[in-house]
Design a protein around this ligand. Structure first.
Ligand SMILES: *Cc1c(COP(=O)(O)O)cnc(C)c1O
Length: 366
């Protein structure tokens, strides 16, 4: 018996290369794009282990939990790590980065998360890129949570390693990811004796055995179903238009923020400034005296289809995440999420204005 997921013909090198070309187009980049055969942690770790080395000084910007993970990898590579931590309810500024680079002129690697779904903030990468380029350090950017939700422009911004995944705003699979690598970054990788080679973490293997030869043959059997899903995801984005997709995320975020403020009951946006709030997901602060995970559980019991989650780890008690990404990036999903949250808050004794929240969602800019 045939099955739609089984007995597929092998994915050809030509088709694989074509999917890479479409990812490059999505990022408006002329840099080499490698589609990495694993979740985004694979290229995130691979780039750090390739680009940072003993003797490096890395400026690691921490605006959420991913920045903490990158700092640990950088230290593990023997780099001297300068952590620039900013409160999770805000964004880092280019001035802060400029000051940190002036204090540590030996810095040769800067790591930054563009937007963090886990904290709901987004950072001004264009401005930061100018500062990093002027200094000359390699610029590493985690754009997993921003791609598809807001512009990601590695060439225009001077990003040397731009890592994306399809599972957030792109509405695609989680099992493959991609990275665009600048010529400068390839040189640094090649000059690093500790850069992974003959390893699943190796980007140089893909450069030497895939890209340099004109993409003749794949290094190993690719994650075929994930590649087909990524191809379908890119086709869907091309059909909708990247601008329209980003517009849906901006509308969903604006509606969620406005609706949460109008709902009242002590619910507040977690990220204070709207301009620093990521379009991919809106984080909210649970009212004082309430537990975010309990509220989310109650809201999900009332409407299991809304994309609500409590914050991870230490944030579980105070943070509510509205993950309005991919197909959920609509004002209608914002309305339903707030209706479910509002009902849960009311059930917990809070005074909320569900009608005002609904109005605010309707009137939010589209
Ligand atoms: C979601 C996300 C990733 C990928 O992590 P998953 O837990 O696998 O979804 C990486 N970086 C950032 C900033 C993210 O928001």
């Amino acid at each position: 018996m045939t099955h739609p997921l089984l007995d597929l013909p092998p994915l050809t090198a030509a088709r694989f290369a074509e999917i890479e070309r479409r990812v490059a187009a999505l990022l408006s980049t002329e840099q080499d794009v490698v589609i990495t055969q694993g979740e985004a942690l694979l290229p995130l770790e691979g780039c750090i282990r390739s680009g940072a080395r003993a003797g490096s000084t890395a400026l690691n910007v921490v605006t959420g939990p991913y920045g903490q993970t990158f700092g640990n990898w950088l230290r593990d590579c023997g780099a001297h790590v300068v952590d620039l931590e900013v409160p999770f309810h805000t964004a880092v500024t280019a001035e802060q980065i400029e000051r940190a680079l002036a204090e540590h002129p030996e810095t040769d690697f800067v790591s930054l998360v563009h937007a963090e779904a886990a904290t709901g903030n987004t950072n001004p990468v264009a401005e930061i890129g100018e500062v990093v380029r002027a200094h000359g350090a390699l610029f590493y950017l985690d754009a997993v949570a921003s791609v598809g939700a807001e512009p990601v422009l590695p060439d225009a911004w001077g990003v040397d390693m731009c890592i994306i995944g399809a599972q957030k705003a792109m509405g695609g699979p989680a099992g493959v990811s991609a990275v665009s690598v600048s010529a400068r970054a390839w040189e640094r990788f090649a000059a690093n004796p500790a850069a992974p080679r003959r390893s699943y973490l190796s980007l140089l293997d893909w450069k030497e055995r895939w890209i340099d030869g004109g993409r003749p043959a794949l290094l190993h059997a690719p994650a075929q179903l994930e590649m087909l899903a990524l191809e379908a995801c890119l086709e869907r984005i091309e059909a909708e238009g990247l601008d329209a997709l980003m517009g849906r995320h901006a509308s969903a975020a604006a509606a969620t923020r406005a609706g949460a403020l109008a709902l009242g009951g002590g619910l507040e946006p977690y990220v204070y400034e709207a301009a620093e709030a990521a379009p991919v997901a809106t984080t909210l602060r649970a009212p004082a005296g309430t537990d975010a995970s309990e509220l989310v559980a109650k809201a999900l019991a009332a409407d299991p289809s809304v994309p609500l989650a409590a914050g991870g780890g230490a944030l579980a008690g105070e943070m509510i995440r509205v993950n309005h990404y991919g197909v959920d990036a609509t004002p209608e999903m914002a309305r339903r999420s707030l209706a479910a949250l509002g009902a849960a808050l009311r059930d917990s004794g809070a005074v909320v204005d569900l009608a005002a929240a609904e109005r605010a969602v309707t009137e939010a800019p589209r």
